[in-house]
Design a protein around this ligand. Structure first.
Ligand code: ATR
Length: 302
């Protein structure tokens, strides 16, 4: 490929060393013949303003943001798309001739993994979300936009769930909201009528787990999504499966948010299943895509 005029894309986060975004984005760029490279930079939270200034100075084409930068980046951008504005978090920046626009493609990621991995259409359904932080905000917007009938927000700190509901309920008048605690009794009552359960807490990130989770209350038909992304099956997904539920972790969401970001930057959709296959390959799982020219093997080995 002619590398004259190669554009640069980056992911910022702290920590960032283990990000799989460079793997899947570079594979997609190469496959699509886009003359660009995607790298990872550690950016401490207090340096986000300087990092965004560098994006402008160096004319970086696009940026992804991960923990802990998604919220703090907002004031440094020129424009936020409506979903990012509502959520108050940006995971993708598009540089349009120096005008930096913030998007939240996690919303698309949630919708896509519900569809592809769980065959779940939120329209008219009742959903229980665990957690009231950033991940929960993206899930709420995704579900409300897709027409969920009711959303329960269960959080360790109930007041935080109530604050979240007060913020989102006016934007989504067709969805009924209710808050509850994570106690077995409270949560068990809420789960009885749920058609879908989502873990959007950070429980499971460091190998920790919920104790006394009221699994028997969740109806058999309800699938389970654990937004926590881990290279191994999380304890939450494992427990859901043990109790007979269809369940998936955050891999599908990670791939889908990356696909949407790629499309926002380049104007073209990445090859279907490529990013997901990269993530599977990185975990030593079978890929879904025939690998041409040993593209992935080379990238993973490098
Ligand atoms: P993120 O942006 O990744 O969602 P966050 O804003 O720090 O991160 O939110 C983390 C969520 O996980 C919160 O809902 C938090 O509950 P609190 O609001 O009560 O802090 C939840 N969480 C973290 N550790 C938890 C634990 N050990 N048990 C239950 N919930 C936990």
């Amino acid at each position: 490929m002619n590398r004259t005029g190669t554009r640069v894309m980056l992911v910022f986060g702290d920590p960032i060393a283990h990000s799989l975004s460079p793997l899947m984005q570079n594979a997609a760029l190469q496959k699509a013949g886009v003359n660009a490279v995607y790298g990872a930079c550690r950016v401490p939270k207090e340096q986000i303003g300087a990092a965004v200034a560098a994006v402008r100075l160096l004319n970086v084409w696009g940026v992804n943001l991960t923990v802990p930068l998604k919220e703090v980046v907002c004031p440094f951008l020129d424009e936020l798309d409506p979903a990012a504005q509502l959520i108050g978090a940006v995971n993708t920046i598009v540089n349009r001739d120096g005008h930096l626009v913030g998007y939240n493609t996690d919303v698309y990621g949630v919708r896509r993994t519900l569809d592809l991995d769980l065959g779940f259409d939120p329209a008219g359904k009742r959903v229980m979300i665990l957690g009231a932080g950033g991940a929960s905000r993206a899930a709420i917007v995704a579900l409300c936009q897709a027409g969920a009938a009711s959303l329960g927000i269960a959080n360790r700190t109930v007041a935080r769930a109530e604050t979240l509901i007060a913020e989102f309920a006016p934007a989504f008048p067709k969805t009924a909201f209710h808050a509850c605690s994570l106690s077995s009794l409270d949560l068990g009552n809420g789960l009885k009528k749920a058609d879908l359960l989502i873990n959007a807490t950070s429980v499971g990130l460091k190998g920790d787990r919920f104790v006394d989770f009221p699994w028997p209350a969740l109806p058999d038909h309800a699938p389970v999504l654990d937004i926590v992304y881990s290279t191994e099956e999380t304890s939450f997904v494992a427990a859901a499966k043990r109790h007979g539920h269809m369940a998936t972790g955050g891999l599908g969401m990670l791939a889908a948010q990356g696909e949407k970001a790629f499309e926002l930057w380049t104007g073209i959709a990445p090859q279907e299943w490529l990013m997901r296959s990269c993530l599977n390959a990185a975990q030593g799982k079978p890929t879904l895509l025939p690998m041409e020219g040993n593209l992935l093997a080379g990238m993973i080995g490098s």
